[in-house]
Design a protein around this ligand. Structure first.
Ligand code: NAD
Ligand code: SER
Length: 313
């Protein structure tokens, strides 16, 4: 439930999701009640209190929580799929130890609620790739996916064992105009808009028919805020909920962009991210998510493209 008394800490607030999430939570709670923490200052969030924090420093984290009387933590600091494959041991360390540090704060009753995002990367090449259900084969083939799958199991375990109120969504690739993506395989679907407007051409690092689930950032932020404010008994899944978003290929998004920029051209030069994309589902089933806490997305491909081009222009 929404409680104006809550004090919120966003860790990794300077990233693609963090900037937009901090802005939306500030509208609900007041900017002074939303504390932005990251490795470096965040110019886009200059109205929020800022704390320089390495989430791996458990003592520093506890000090910040005590200093501000934090009640809820949104943990966004992580390495994503592409950067994670390039630095696998550090990706494992950051993605797991950061999560433990935050879950332990809740276990020790310093905070009352945790949000931690998972990803479509929890699925792998043996997962049924079309309309992927909530419960299915999960054999991720990236370190990022392995860390997200393990994180889901740990979240559920902390919930059952210690009553930690942790909530999570398996985001698809996220597309927004207010912030830049931070090293994922789905980043092409943001870069393409910037290049279309600037140069009217884009070289994509995935092949033309690589379908992936994606979502407008506005929908993702709303889903995050809705699950965090849903009555506890409605949040029946404490690992992570599927989110479907919209599934499309680079060719399909390029075709949609051409409706607005007729001379836009796209070429394809797949790199190591192709193998990551090939291991992920093409489309996701979110029936359980709708059923449990009433999720409904807003954006279709055409409205997403129109929104991105209008705002970036
Ligand atoms: P991002 O890379 O854009 O931002 C991460 C932020 O964390 C950065 O500002 C970075 O400086 C900060 N950070 C890194 N190490 C830190 C540390 N040790 N201590 C404190 N801060 C640190 O990532 P994002 O896209 O905003 O993703 C946030 C979360 O959402 C991640 O867990 C990611 O796996 C998940 N997610 C993102 C997407 C997506 O498409 N963006 C999709 C699925 C899941
Ligand atoms: N957008 C993310 C990535 O590509 C998916 O979790 O890594």
């Amino acid at each position: 439930m929404y409680n104006k008394e809550d004090k919120i800490l966003i860790i990794g607030a300077g990233g693609q999701i963090g900037i937009e999430l901090a802005q939306e939570l500030s509208l609900l709670y007041g900017s002074s009640n939303v504390i932005a923490a990251d490795l470096n200052p965040i110019p886009a969030l200059d109205v929020n209190p800022f704390e320089k924090l390495d989430v791996l420093d458990k003592d520093a984290l506890l000090n910040i929580v005590k200093k501000h009387g934090i009640s809820q933590v949104y943990l966004l600091a992580a390495l994503l799929s592409a950067t994670g494959e390039q630095n696998p041991m550090f990706a494992w360390k950051l993605n797991m130890e950061g999560l433990f540090n935050v879950l332990d704060l809740a276990k020790e009753k310093h905070i009352s609620k945790v949000y931690w995002p998972s990803s479509i990367a929890v699925f792998g090449p043996t997962t049924p790739g079309i309309n992927t259900p909530q419960y299915t084969i999960m054999e991720p083939s990236t370190i990022y996916g392995i860390s997200k799958q393990a994180g889901e199991r740990w979240c559920e375990w902390y919930y059952h064992k210690f009553g930690v109120d942790v909530r999570s969504l398996r985001y698809p690739g996220l597309i927004g105009w207010k912030s830049a993506p931070g090293g994922g395989t789905t980043d092409y679907a943001v870069h393409i808009f910037h290049q279309a407007l600037k140069n009217k051409t884009y070289e994509c690092f995935l092949t033309e028919n690589t379908a992936l689930p994606m979502m407008h950032m506005e929908d993702a932020i709303r889903a995050t805020i809705e699950i965090m404010h849903a009555p506890s008994e409605h949040v029946k899944i404490r690992s992570s909920y599927n989110l479907a978003g919209i599934s499309f290929t680079p060719k399909q998004i390029a075709t949609e962009i051409k409706k607005h920029i007729p001379d836009f051209t796209i070429s394809y030069n797949p790199d190591f991210r192709q193998a990551i994309a090939d291991s992920w589902p093409k489309s996701i089933n979110e029936d359980k998510t709708k059923e449990d806490w009433g999720w409904l997305s807003k954006y279709e491909l055409s409205s997403l493209v129109e929104n991105m081009l209008t705002n970036l222009a």
